[in-house]
Design a protein around this ligand. Sequence first.
Ligand code: F0G
Length: 351
Amino acid sequence: MAGLIERYREFLPVTDQTPVISLEEGNTPLIPAPRLSQAVGADVYLKYEGANPTGSFKDRGMTMAVSKAAEHGAKAVICASTGNTSASAAAYAARAGMQCIVLIPEGKVALGKLAQVALSGASIVQIEGNFDQCLDMVRYLSEHYPVELVNSVNPFRIDGQKTGAFEIVDALGNPPTYQAMPVGNAGNITAYWAGYKLYRDVGKTGALPTMLGFQAAGAAPIVHGAPVTHPETVATAIRIGNPASWKQAEVARDESGGTIQAVTDEEILEAYRFLSSKEGVFCEPASAAGVAGILRLGKEGFFKASDSIVCILTGNGLKDPQTAMRFSEEIAVMAPDGRALAEHLSLQPVG
Ligand code: F0G
């Protein structure tokens, strides 16, 4: 199966001259979620973006951004990141034979993401500041030095990420009634809305979904209508106080008749655990923000039984092993003795 540039070439700004840098990203599972559907009171599907090559949705945008950078003759790419963008940029740059420079907020990037960048040969710098400050710095560097910016302010990132919407419509035949997702720097909600509109404009569907975005309560600038100077949340991927695509996120919300709301860290962790323990689906905490949001709206009676909802699970649970381990009970250590084991597990013998 080819990557998404090959599959959706007609909808993407590529030509025969574009060297396609691909790790066969996209084509991710759309998993029905029966227990979540029951809890929410509508038909819920999970778009499992953790199945992408570097474990997050960022690969959709990065295959486009790095392919176009290669077409322009770029020798180096640079990004600010809460982790996933850097893991993706590092992988696609390695594939393209380019240098990769990554700025991350000190001490606030999940272990799995750091591990990916560490092995890739990218130059990592931790900044004594937050993501927003890292983004200011990479913008400055890309304006004054020969390094291509591959954050979602690069329009090719948005083009690539539109393909998530195409895949959902291709799988369901139409958009869902609602799409729920986490919002951080707001590139992804911008991309999905553009993707759905493009698919409608070319006649692939007559309908559009209503967009539901969720920010972490400690990092909810769009909800409050003002930047957050010191964003804080367990969902480090969306620990962002001044999103670059703020206005576009509001456009997606308003044109679709949707809403952008805040969910608390408690709600995020509850949804994170629900997905793992009730659906067998392991995502990272930020990805669970959309699920936390629809669980709350479901309790408020927001949905009709005939509604369909797609939740974008943006990143793989393996990205953040330390947050998952907070839930682990003490793991027993035993001698290799079958009877003692049965007793430990409170198992009754058969017959
Ligand atoms: N979910 C995950 C797992 C993310 O990594 C991000 C963003 C988002 C949701 C939010 O998407 O920014 O398009 O609104 N991560 C960026 C990064 C900021 O650097 O990896 P968004």
